[in-house]
Design a binder for this molecule. Structure first.
Ligand SMILES: [Cu+2]
Length: 249
């Protein structure tokens, strides 16, 4: 009995204690370039829905926060668990939605469409299967397994302005900047641009010890910092655009 109680106590400790929160900001140095306007040239549904929208490749807020930065902690020896529920990448208003989706490597992503016209899902993966499927009508789901960690660009061969990314990471400790407002509601790129957000992020329950915090952005490239996560409480890890380096091609 004593052993059992001790064991249970040990398990509880392992799951609740000796873990900290990595928190910080990702901010743009100087003035961000203006977002180019998008123009749809095909399909009335796209022409109507894309009108007035702008590129989501680099979205910087009034508070200098950068949207769509994937942040994750590489924790040595941590078991990576693939969540039961498949993440979803939708195509809505002739755009990939969300623009950047972060998932655990090994996940099956349900790729789908909400639009009444055909889209094409073209993956530019190098480490994973590169797929190229039509989604002819809304509601059709293509389950797509992403086995390895990779930042994968997706395009649509029918609509040249459509791009999105699925970023698969070997970690359960990750987040993407700029998706939720202070009330936890989903936020659009246009609303984010007008906001005072400073690119704030938070990754909870990271096991204590030395970890590498990696930040990735589709235009800026990647950056990383090695930090010591405390056994409780927060550690601040801030990035600015100057920290990022583009990967050599
Ligand atoms: Cu399309």
């Amino acid at each position: 009995m004593k052993v059992l109680v001790g064991l249970l106590f040990g398990i509880m400790l392992a799951s609740t204690a000796f873990a900290g929160t990595i928190t910080g900001t990702v901010m743009y140095d100087g003035d961000a370039p203006a977002r180019p306007a998008l123009t749809a040239t095909k399909d009335q549904h796209c022409i109507d829905t894309v009108a007035g929208t702008k590129s989501e490749a680099l979205v910087v807020s009034k508070g200098k926060g950068i949207k769509n930065v994937v942040l994750y902690a590489r924790v040595r020896g941590a078991k990576v668990v693939v969540p039961d529920k498949n993440p979803v990448m939708d195509q809505k208003a002739c755009a990939y939605y969300p623009h950047v989706l972060a998932v655990v490597a090994g996940s099956t992503v349900d790729i789908t469409s909400s639009d009444p016209i055909a889209h094409n899902v073209h993956s530019h993966a190098k480490e994973n299967d590169a797929i190229n499927y039509q989604i002819p009508q809304p509601g059709k789901v293509i389950p797509h397994k992403i086995a390895k960690a990779e930042e994968i660009k997706f395009t649509c061969d029918i609509h040249a302005w459509m791009t999105g990314y699925i970023v698969a990471v070997n970690s359960n400790y990750f987040t993407v900047t700029g998706y939720k407002d202070a009330d936890g509601a989903w936020i659009s790129s246009d609303a984010y641009e007008k906001s005072a957000d400073a690119g704030a992020y938070s990754i909870a329950d990271v096991p204590a010890g030395k970890v590498r915090v990696v930040a990735w952005h589709e235009e800026l490239g990647s950056a990383n910092k090695i930090v010591e996560v405390p056994a409780s409480g927060d550690i601040a890890v801030n990035f600015t655009s100057a920290d990022f380096k583009k990967r050599a091609k």
